[in-house]
Design a protein around this ligand. Structure first.
Ligand code: PEP
Ligand code: MN
Length: 269
């Protein structure tokens, strides 16, 4: 059902209070911290994202951390802060859900359910979000092929939810100057196979803040429908993923450049 063999026209997935169409002519910029940390942090960043022209606010409340001793997220308290940030800015809230048991709770607060790379093949979770009435942002698994990823999307659609957005976030390779290797050829390759919108996450895709703006520019030039970027007001003290988080000022500068690239390929940013 995700295939261009079944449906030729590109799908648009509408997100948030303004029902912004992801997959349309306008590039979707979703930005925010890796994790919601406190009220001051999330409200500050949300305001910066709105001012930069973003359409969505990302922020993890349930964090699937590699180490059990790392910050695991504020959980329901984090969801409440995200919902309050939505009220103040009208941005669409994007947050991760990591278990079947918390899907209903996360749905009460979020606009978009993120399925993280580590859960791309958690089939019970895919079916659970497939029964939810919120759009799903499905990240590519750390070592998943395009076919495995598209079949994961198929699980969600087959369970009843056609509103799936794919997100390339880099894959694991032998290369270690980056956290992950970001294969931008996945964007046009996916667009040849599926009508679903495709976003790129250069933060997890590279692991380094200085690489994020150039890879955002390249992703838009390659035809991505939008970006999801980690942005923090104080990256050095972030509780997770500070090294790959850009500042609000860098986000603003980036948006200016993306406008010109989008225009060059017949889109808008
Ligand atoms: C995240 O978005 O913060 C995250 C954990 O991403 P991924 O699932 O791509 O690692
Ligand atoms: Mn992160």
């Amino acid at each position: 059902m995700a295939s261009t063999e079944v449906k030729k026209e590109r799908s648009q997935v509408k997100i948030g209070p303004k029902q912004f169409p992801v997959g349309g002519r306008k590039i979707a910029m979703i930005a925010g911290p890796c994790a919601v940390e406190n009220e001051d942090q999330i409200f500050r960043i949300a305001e910066a994202v709105r001012q930069a022209g973003g359409v969505g606010l990302r922020g993890g409340a349930y964090k699937p951390r590699t180490s059990p001793y790392s910050f695991q997220g504020l959980q329901e308290e984090g969801l409440k802060l995200l919902a309050e940030a939505r009220k103040r800015t009208d941005l669409a809230v994007v947050t991760e859900v990591i278990s079947v048991e918390t899907v209903d709770l996360v749905c009460e607060y979020t606009d978009v359910l993120q399925i993280g790379a580590r859960n791309m093949q958690h089939y019970a979770l895919l079916e659970a979000v497939g029964k939810a009435d919120k759009p799903v942002l499905l990240k590519r698994g750390l070592s998943s092929t395009l076919d495995e990823w598209l079949l994961a999307a198929e699980y969600i659609i087959n369970a009843g939810n056609p509103n799936v957005i794919l997100c390339e976030r880099g894959i694991r390779t032998y290369e270690d100057y980056v956290r992950n290797t970001l294969p931008l050829a996945a964007v046009p390759a996916l667009q040849a196979r599926t009508h679903l919108p495709v976003l790129v996450d250069p933060s997890h895709g590279t692991g380094h803040a200085y690489l994020v703006p150039p890879m955002c520019r390249a992703a838009i030039a390659a035809g991505a429908d939008g970006l999801i970027v980690e942005c923090h007001n104080d990256p050095e003290h972030a509780l997770s993923d500070g090294a790959q988080s850009i500042t609000p000022q860098a986000l603003l500068t980036l948006m200016g450049k993306l406008k010109r690239i989008a225009e060059a390929i017949g889109k808008e940013a």
